[in-house]
Design a binder for this molecule. Structure first.
Ligand SMILES: [Fe+2]
Length: 282
């Protein structure tokens, strides 16, 4: 196995790794590279759902609870494995997120303790489209002009829970008309990574975000300025999927988005995630 960076911004590929036959020292190296590079890519994997879960659990505690609401409808036989797909079988959608754009976000940012790591395994892909972008939030903080950093230091964002990553209002929520009154967790702009301690910018998602205690116009202006800086191309890497690709992103230090794709083409991914718990001893 060889660990190779995939871009100047973030991401590392474990070339020649077999996730079903990974020696402990190989996993140690892979895990450290993941922490340092924020996104891990492993190509050519044939993993059953139980095998995907076993690999997921090497990173931390499998999150099979927060996904229950989704998984009841969109899960697989394997607890904790969610289907991300646009495919409709017998008139029923088999997974979540459809074929549209998924806007920049961090998973589960509206919770007090968001997901630590998210996993996506590509099983079926459209001929084009559906690329996934990742932005390095640690780097975005590092490159932030000091005048801008001063404006966010000590301040927090309220993370609205009402929309999904396609931007649609979730069941049980009303469309937001006043960003000061949204439901969701409050997180500091600057947070330490719970494992490395390195500070990272934490934005969650743009829609309905609110800088706590600021007048709305000021909150909007500051968020716009921070987002504009964050989404500079040199902070971003786009992945073009191949069947058998597994990607793991550090959800504490990245955001991601997805390009739309032809709704008539099929795309099926299996998805797991882990709680923000330490890596278990091997
Ligand atoms: Fe996501």
């Amino acid at each position: 196995m060889e660990l190779r960076p995939v871009s100047d911004a973030l991401g590392v590929e474990a070339v020649g790794a077999d996730l079903n036959a990974l020696a402990p020292d190989e996993f140690d190296a892979m895990y450290d590279a993941w922490l340092d590079n924020h996104v891990l890519l492993v190509r050519g994997q044939e993993l059953t759902d139980p095998q995907l879960v076993r690999f997921t659990q090497r990173f931390g505690e499998l999150d099979d609870e927060v996904m229950i609401a989704n998984a009841l409808e969109w899960g697989t036989q394997e607890p904790g494995v969610l289907v991300v797909s646009n495919v409709v079988e017998d008139g029923v959608e088999i997974g979540i997120l459809g074929s549209g754009e998924a806007i920049w976000h961090t998973d589960m940012n509206f919770l007090e303790k968001p997901t630590k790591a998210s996993f996506l395994l590509a099983l079926e892909l459209p001929p084009t489209g559906g690329d996934t972008g990742f932005v390095n939030m640690e780097l975005a903080l590092k490159t932030m002009p000091s005048e801008l950093r001063e404006k966010i230091e000590g301040h927090s964002i309220k993370h609205d829970a009402s929309t999904d990553s396609s931007g649609y209002v979730k069941e049980g929520f009303e469309p937001v008309t006043d960003v000061t009154k949204t439901e969701g967790a409050i997180h500091s702009f600057i947070r330490p990574n719970t494992e490395t301690g390195r500070e990272t910018l934490y934005l969650g998602r743009r829609r309905n975000a609110y800088v706590v205690d600021a007048p709305i116009a000021e909150s909007e202006a500051l968020l716009d300025e921070v987002w504009k800086h964050t989404l500079r191309p040199e902070h971003i890497w786009y992945h073009q999927w191949q069947v058998g690709d597994l990607i793991v992103w550090d959800n504490r230090s990245t955001m991601h988005r997805r390009d739309p794709f032809d709704p008539n083409a099929r795309r099926i991914m299996h998805r797991t995630q882990v709680n923000d718990t330490p890596r278990p001893a091997a």
